[in-house]
Design a binder for this molecule. Structure first.
Ligand code: PLP
Length: 543
């Protein structure tokens, strides 16, 4: 009995302490904090062990489903986190981690994130986010301006208007795409006569009212899977996301797009939206947005641009023209947590027309009252953190020319790497970088000669074998932990549109050097030699 009371008292006391007193500077957490704030890169280098543990091994560390019945000291728990979690994390900010869109963060982000978390504002409503709400609206305005370049008068009118919004800040590109298509759906199937709109009566009634056979979303076959998710939850159906073939540069074939529109119209299928991709996830290419805008206009459908990854290119005056036509889009998705060097959880969708969001407006009695400036009345998400502050700060601290430098240098580095690959006897460049993303594979000279000589049919087996080797090298390199490239399977027109396995590289980290890129190729050559079957078999085939 007494023991139970003692535990209760101790718990009570520690609860009070964790809400009122900071950990001592010489405690484990205090020391970690110092180390992190002095040198984040050093901290990560020190504490992330290039672990060769398989995921299934790591799972053994996270297998207990019981919520602890005894409080732990923060320091004890920190040791646990460091050993089990941090040590086995992925070093995404390492300059030799060039496989994904997630990369290094500028050092100011860490203390600012702490400030953001400390303030714990909830952007769903003004009552919990005074100052943060206007700030987020300004960020949406800045990003709107980046895409649409309206005059100051426009922004004075709309940026802080209760009934309008220039966009919707969200957790990422997926939610941004869903939001854009949600707006498109509700605008298309709006209230009319006795029909009170799809948002109130549902898709079934909407289709009956408008007399459409079906709805479709058109995007190139390089479109991101989040569009299928969107179609799924919006009741459109994944199979109604129609993939339009791409040309040899991975850009949508506009003739086929226009033909498809005609064909669907003849079947009484209404095209809900045409989606252009500005920076495809796999190859980094940009669709001909201006031509797509024209086709969307002709077919009177919503034109959305998924610039989740490539949108930041607009910050570069040099490369901005690659996205020409984006200003004709009805909506644009941009992820700040990709090429804008903001931590995970920052995406946006921007609407050309500030009244668009009224199509998805929701109200409630205790918050989001009509006429309030609550951001939550036109976001899919409810409670949301103040991530906009990090975008705001980054835009100020890095500035447009700073971003331009980062973007230009990344593209130029990708061009350098592509050149390196082309010059190297044992590598084959598969997709040339338009932005800072490229794909390639390991294929010794003699094999490349064989591929060039063979017809498509004969190349099938060779490509299959190279695919196995690519997979082998990529896995080994990941396990080795010193560097990382990702891999994907893409259709390659020079092999008759056959899907081949390739290395995929995203050059986002400003600290990645040319030497690192040279080393990565060298490592891959060595790893290829470790393959006991695939390489010898390939070389035999090429004899
Ligand atoms: C990353 C990406 C998305 C999805 O964004 P998340 O932030 O991962 O939800 C959508 N489209 C494209 C083109 C992307 O690159």
């Amino acid at each position: 009995m007494r023991a139970t009371k003692r535990i209760a008292d101790a718990t009570q006391e520690s609860l009070h302490r964790i809400f009122t007193v900071a950990e001592a500077p010489d405690s484990t957490l205090g020391l970690l904090e110092q180390e992190m704030s002095q040198n984040l890169v050093g901290f990560l280098n020190n504490h992330i062990v290039a672990s060769k543990n398989a995921l299934t091994d790591i799972e053994q560390d996270f297998i207990n489903p019981h919520i602890p019945e005894q409080p732990e000291f923060v320091s004890d728990h920190m040791h646990h986190l460091l050993d089990k979690l941090v040590a086995q994390s992925v070093h995404t900010s390492s300059p030799s981690f060039i496989g994904h869109m997630t990369s290094a963060l500028p050092s100011f982000i860490l203390p600012l994130s702490k400030l953001m978390v400390g303030l714990n504002q909830n952007l769903v409503k003004v009552e919990t986010s005074k100052a943060f709400t206007p700030l987020e609206r300004q960020v949406l305005g800045m990003m709107h301006n980046l895409v649409y370049q309206q005059d100051d008068h426009f922004y004075q009118n709309w940026m802080h208007s209760a009934e309008h919004s220039l966009g919707s800040f969200c957790s990422g590109g997926t939610v941004a795409n869903i939001t854009a298509l949600w707006v498109a759906r509700n605008k298309l199937l709006k209230a009319e006569g006795n029909f009170r709109g799809v948002s109130r009566e549902g898709l079934h009634c909407a289709m009956r009212h408008y007399g459409y056979q079906d709805l479709a979303i058109l995007v190139s076959d390089r479109g991101h899977y989040s569009l299928k998710k969107s179609a799924d939850i919006l009741g459109i159906g994944q199979e109604n996301v129609i993939a339009i073939p791409t040309d040899e540069h991975n850009k949508i074939d506009c003739h086929k797009l226009a033909d498809k529109c005609q064909q669907l119209a003849a079947q009484n299928v209404k095209v809900l939206a045409i989606v252009g991709v500005a920076g495809t996830t796999e190859t980094g290419n940009i669709d001909p947005l201006d031509k797509m805008a024209k086709i969307a206009k002709q077919n009177q459908c919503h034109f959305h641009v998924d610039a989740a990854w490539g949108g930041a290119t607009l910050l570069s005056n040099k490369y901005r023209p690659l996205l020409k036509g984006i200003e004709q889009a009805d909506s644009v998705t941009i992820d700040a947590h990709k090429q804008m060097y903001v931590p995970m959880g920052a995406g946006l969708v921007i609407f050309k027309d500030p009244t668009s969001v009224s199509a998805i407006e929701h109200h409630a009695e205790y918050i989001l009252r009509k006429g309030s400036k609550d951001l939550g009345s036109h976001t899919l998400e409810g409670s949301r953190p103040g991530m906009a502050m990090l975008v705001y700060a980054s835009l100020h601290i890095i500035s447009r020319p700073g971003y331009e430098m980062l973007i230009n240098q990344a593209i130029e580095k990708a061009e350098y790497f592509a050149e390196l690959i082309t010059q190297h006897d044992d590598f084959e460049l598969i997709t040339r970088p338009e932005l800072c993303l490229l794909t390639y594979r390991y294929a010794p000279k003699s094999v490349q000669v064989l591929l060039a000589r063979n017809n498509t049919e004969a190349n099938k087996s060779v490509n299959l074998l190279i695919g196995k080797l690519t997979k082998f090298i990529q896995k080994r390199q990941r396990e080795d932990g010193r560097s990382f490239v990702s891999r994907t399977r893409i259709e390659v027109s020079r092999y008759g549109g056959e899907k081949v396995i390739v290395f995929r590289v995203v050059l986002a980290n400003p600290l990645t050097t040319k030497e690192i890129l040279q080393d990565i190729l060298q490592q891959q050559c060595l790893l290829a030699q470790e393959s006991e079957n695939f390489l010898p078999e390939l070389l035999r085939a090429a004899k």
